[in-house]
Design a binder for this molecule. Structure first.
Ligand code: ATP
Ligand code: MG
Length: 225
């Protein structure tokens, strides 16, 4: 288990199915003192709780559309305000994903623990649909399994809690193509924004096993030693 010489405040950008959740799990195994926040996981938990936000979100998610900025920004800002300290290391997955969200977060953290690294996971979009169709998730924790290369120990059962796994409603061929479209539309402006701040890195590779060592090395070189 390693720890940081300076806080790591990382946003993972990447197409749906590019492996943000998998990279997050791998990083958490290596660095336990990182707070991981996934907007999609938080929204799915809101839906499972049948909260007002959950009810509002479920239709957008099922159609592969983005939740309006003000709702998602409020959810994540409240979460960050409650959880972050000035020295926190954290990892964001799925938020910000529009330029508007990026600007709002940047303003709200300007005097505090603002992002200091944005990594784009650059994965061939032709290889990810196949993964999406074989993906099963544990809603409570956000743990992700793949029936081919990362299967649960007991079929369709979460390794840690023993609870059943489920399919995400938006992991269908049809909805996936909409999610991919909106990702591609938002990506350019968001990358420009973080590139101008001087904190954008891109890591390419078509599997998590190729990407993780590169990501881990970058973090090791810049945040640990
Ligand atoms: P992956 O398949 O790798 O998890 P994804 O980024 O498409 O990729 P989630 O991040 O889990 O999936 O998001 C699922 C859905 O939740 C999105 O399609 C969208 O409807 C909603 N959502 C999540 N984060 C945001 C956000 N920052 N802004 C707006 N909507 C969001
Ligand atoms: Mg995800």
């Amino acid at each position: 288990m390693s720890s940081f010489a300076r806080p790591l405040r990382l946003l993972l950008l990447g197409a749906p199915g590019s492996g943000k959740g998998t990279q997050t799990s791998k990083l958490l195994k290596k660095y336990s003192d990182v707070l991981a926040i996934s907007s999609g996981d938080l929204l799915r938990q809101e839906i499972a709780r049948k909260s007002t936000l959950g009810q509002l979100s479920s239709k957008y998610i099922a159609e592969g559309k983005l939740i309006p900025d003000e709702h998602i920004t409020k959810l994540i800002s409240n979460y960050l305000a409650a959880e972050l300290t000035p020295t926190s290391s954290y990892l964001l997955d799925g938020f910000p994903r529009t330029i508007n969200q990026g600007r709002t977060l940047h303003e709200s953290l300007k005097q505090g623990p603002n992002l200091n690294l944005v990594v784009e996971l650059d994965v061939d979009q032709n290889v990810i649909l196949d993964r999406i169709e074989k993906r099963w998730v544990h809603t409570g924790s956000g743990r992700v399994y793949n029936l081919d290369y990362n299967p649960p120990k007991v079929p369709f059962t979460d390794d840690v809690t023993g609870e059943p796994l489920s399919k995400r409603v938006d992991d269908t061929r049809e909805v996936f193509s909409k999610r991919l479209e909106s990702y591609n539309a938002e990506l350019g402006p968001l990358k420009d924004f973080y590139n101008d701040l001087g904190i954008l890195e891109t890591i390419s590779g078509d599997s998590s096993d190729i990407i993780f060592p590169k990501l881990a090395k970058f973090i090791e070189d810049n945040y640990v030693s």
